[in-house]
Design a protein around this ligand. Structure first.
Ligand code: AMP
Length: 418
């Protein structure tokens, strides 16, 4: 076949009917489980103001500096949302969700856009689910967020995961640490990788999660952020660990774990899987006590996580976990001739009215082709109708699984179906 004239953009994929059932399964599971945790769904627009994302995530982050899809129309600047924490916070502030009282427990599911170099587990349009608890600084909220995240992977049966945990402290402790880190790296500045050299001035913490070999020796000998935490941060972190222990959620402390966005404070975590290859993060999150104020709201502590849905599916494939049931239909009406087709059309709606899924051929194909189609559609039963059947009022009713046929009136067929 000739090459198609139009294709999707690099790193953006169609989700085809053959794959859609696993998406439905996962989306249903997230909704059901989020309800159990008493979270409510929030949906925000696909596009946001550029300024929100730049302010929210930080000018120097990888996402803002090189990965956002942006465009303008007249005076307005738009970006395709690269993540949902900043948009959810915008919605929280704009709609005065704090006025609803108590802490707001929000979840979301939807597409995000980042102009990254596509590879396995990394797309330019991908999907995340995630949640945010706004209005609580209590370590219980951190534990609940992590518990939900772990709960989803456990429900699905993805067991081969590691929860990495760290505290990046409050801004004051972090400033002190940044100075110490820079003093440690400075004598070897020339030996650092090019990316790390770029990060040195404005985003030195990110050097800690550099994947470049040449940075390794300097990272391994770097001072630890943990040793620079204030008493309040240490206490908060200790509580988070205590609650996770109580909940039976194993974790590994990783003093080098820093998250990509500037808005994080205190708890930072990531769930990784060895089954994913180079892009090994299934999900990540943390506390962002400063973000609400940063974008114009009242000071509001908050914590959340986001998980990549495509990566969850990759992990499932690696583990041989099949999500979602096979496509099937209860009844396929095989029709021969115009009168039968018209009869079929009416009976389809009668069956659907009663809650039975039903379909028929729209292409005027032969009986053989229609039976083949009924098999392909995984039909449980077929009703075969031609002129004679219409005259007699008796139809061939075929059990496609048992390969048995009976001659029945439509009323009798309905009796079998219920
Ligand atoms: P982040 O918002 O960067 O913390 O990402 C949260 C999760 O989203 C990651 O752990 C990944 O599972 C997923 N993710 C992030 N970027 C991509 C991408 N470009 N393609 C696919 N999944 C992604």
């Amino acid at each position: 076949m000739a090459q198609p004239k139009y294709t999707t953009h690099h790193g953006m994929v169609d989700i085809l009917p053959d794959e859609i059932r696993k998406w439905h399964f996962l989306e249903d599971l997230i909704r059901t489980e989020a309800e159990k945790f008493n979270f409510e769904e929030i949906r925000t627009p696909i596009m946001e103001q550029t300024e929100l994302i730049v302010r929210g995530l930080g000018q120097m982050t990888d996402i803002v500096s090189k990965e956002i899809f942006s465009f303008s129309r007249g005076e307005d600047n738009y970006v395709l949302r690269p993540e949902l924490t900043a948009p959810v916070v915008r919605a929280y502030v704009e709609n005065r969700l704090d006025q609803r009282g108590g802490s707001q427990k929000l979840y979301y599911i939807g597409p995000m856009f980042r102009a990254e170099r596509p590879q396995k587990g990394r797309q330019r349009q991908f999907h995340q689910f995630g949640l945010e608890i706004m209005g609580s600084s209590d370590a219980i909220a951190d534990a609940e967020v992590i518990a939900f995240m772990i709960h989803i992977y456990r429900k699905i049966g993805i067991k081969n995961t590691t929860l990495k945990l760290n505290s990046i402290g409050d801004p004051e402790s972090r400033e002190k640490y940044k100075a110490a880190l820079k003093a440690h790296l400075k004598p070897n500045f020339e030996k650092l990788s090019e990316v790390s050299q770029k990060r040195f001035e404005n985003n030195p913490l990110r050097i800690l999660d550099s994947k470049e070999e040449e940075d390794r020796p300097f990272i391994e000998t770097a001072p630890l952020l943990t040793n620079y935490l204030s008493e309040t941060s240490v206490n908060h972190y200790t509580k988070v660990k205590e609650y996770l222990g109580d909940l039976g959620i194993p974790f590994v402390e990783d003093p080098y774990l820093v998250r990509g966005m500037d808005y994080y404070t205190e708890t930072a975590f990531e769930l990784i899987s060895p089954d994913l290859g180079a892009q090994d993060a299934l999900a990540g999150g943390g506390r962002y006590d400063l973000l609400v104020e940063e974008i114009g709201g009242m000071p509001t502590p908050a914590v959340g996580f986001a998980a990549g849905m495509e990566r969850l599916f990759i992990a499932c494939e690696e583990m041989g976990i099949h999500l979602g049931s096979e496509k099937k239909v209860d009844v396929y009406i095989v029709t021969l001739g115009d009168a039968a087709r018209k009869w079929g059309l009416l009976q389809l709606s009668a069956l659907r009215e009663k809650g039975i899924s039903a379909t028929m051929d729209y292409m005027g194909r032969s009986m053989k082709a229609q039976m083949k189609d009924a098999n392909r559609e995984n039909a449980r039963f077929a009703i075969i109708v031609g002129e004679n059947e219409l005259k007699e009022g008796k139809f061939t009713f075929r059990d496609m699984v048992k390969s048995e046929e009976m001659l029945l009136s439509f009323k009798e067929i309905l009796n079998v179906l219920f």
